[in-house]
Design a protein around this ligand. Structure first.
Ligand code: URA
Length: 191
């Protein structure tokens, strides 16, 4: 247990719980407002994220920023963004189960410090891990589930939208639903 974000980040920087730390360029800890009520969780850093040390800064990230902007959210102002794993899996492969298991305690600590009211899972990997192991993103995206007092929603991963642009209107609808839910349950996000 860590008392504050600085302690947590410093400890995470020296992590040796899995081999991904050996091949990464930068740790991708997370970005955003450390008091945000809304947290987004992706999968793991890609090449650009690894080079810059920030989540979602490649093409997928630019698309994510557009959806965020459409509902007046900004990665540096009123949300927090993290990933299931904090070091890049080589070649952009999916993070292995053991890598996710090793990294999950860091995410849990971020969760404990942030205490978000809403968590948005970006894509299958985080939705299946955080919402339910059999979560089907194509069928269940946009629905809110309550888990231990936190509202959780899964939506399409931005990289999947780049591959399959026909799904973009579905993603926009999820974000519009998210805006309504934020207005309902959060008091500081839209000030
Ligand atoms: N994909 C993710 O899931 N996370 C990132 O940070 C970048 C791409």
């Amino acid at each position: 247990m860590y008392n504050n974000w600085d302690e947590l980040k410093s400890a995470c920087l020296t992590c040796t719980r899995c081999p991904l730390g050996d091949t990464r360029t930068n740790l991708v800890f997370g970005v955003g407002n450390e008091r945000a009520e809304v947290m987004f969780v992706g999968e793991g850093p890609g090449e650009q994220e690894d080079l810059r040390g920030e989540p979602f800064v490649g093409r997928g990230g630019q698309l994510l920023d557009k959806y965020l902007g459409a509902i007046d959210l900004d990665r540096r102002e009123n949300i927090y963004i993290a990933n299931m794993v904090k070091c890049r899996p080589p070649g952009n492969r999916d993070p292995a189960q053991e890598e996710q298991d090793s990294c999950l305690p860091w995410l849990r600590e971020q969760f404990r410090l942030l205490r978000p009211k809403i968590v948005v899972c970006l894509g299958r990997i985080s939705a299946q891990r955080l919402i339910s192991p059999d979560f089907k993103v194509t069928k269940e995206h946009g629905r809110f589930y309550e888990k231990n007092g936190v509202l959780m929603m899964g939506t399409l991963h931005p990289a999947a939208l780049l591959r399959n642009p026909i799904q973009k209107p579905d993603a926009l609808e999820d974000f519009l639903n998210l805006r309504d839910k934020i207005k309902e349950v959060c008091s500081n996000t839209y000030k």
